[in-house]
Write a protein that binds this ligand. Structure first.
Ligand code: HEC
Length: 142
């Protein structure tokens, strides 16, 4: 009888310890899972790399009078409103000879005229757009 009691007591203790064992391991179980979860988060970066975004499409040239005026207005931040220089270091474009204007823009584009900015800006315009702006600025009064 004593043996049975001792045995059952041992079993009881053992089962108690056993019952606690999974409880502690269950409590610590989610811990190793957590560091695993951020790994898939890094995965989306891989499929994004082989597919670069498509090159931006340029807006079609708008060579209507309003379009040319609007295009030429982008030059006014440096060259003055309607190409009339505010008297700063940057030359005005108003009343500039049409052919001279076209030659300068072409020279900037081809890197034949040294420039701080215009070599970049000139590359953004087609020959037709440059010609349209040449007409526009030639017609502006200084
Ligand atoms: C951010 C300032 C800036 C903007 C915007 C700008 N320019 Fe210029 N432009 C310059 C500077 C500075 C020069 C002198 C050359 C250089 O250093 O690039 C110049 C020179 C020129 C010249 C030569 C003038 C001369 O008397 O020889 C022309 C033509 C010209 N720009 C046209 C344009 C046109 C057309 C636009 C708009 C599409 C434009 N620029 C927009 C800064 C600007």
């Amino acid at each position: 009888m004593k043996i049975i009691t001792a045995l059952s007591a041992t079993l009881l203790l053992a089962s108690h310890a056993f019952a606690q064992a999974p409880a502690t391991s269950a409590a610590s179980a989610p811990a190793p899972v957590k560091p695993v979860t951020p790994a898939p988060a890094a995965a989306p970066a891989t499929p994004a790399a082989p597919t670069p975004p498509p090159a931006p499409a340029f807006a079609p040239a708008n060579l209507t009078p309003a379009g040319v005026r609007s295009m030429s207005a982008t030059c006014s931040s440096c060259h003055g409103t309607n190409g009339v220089s505010a008297g700063g270091a940057i030359a005005g474009l108003a009343g500039l000879n049409r052919d001279y204007f076209i030659i300068q823009m072409k020279s900037f584009k081809e890197g034949k005229r040294e420039a701080t900015l215009m070599h970049q800006i000139a590359k953004g315009y087609t020959d037709a757009e440059v010609a349209a702006m040449a007409d526009y600025f030639a017609a502006q009064k200084r």
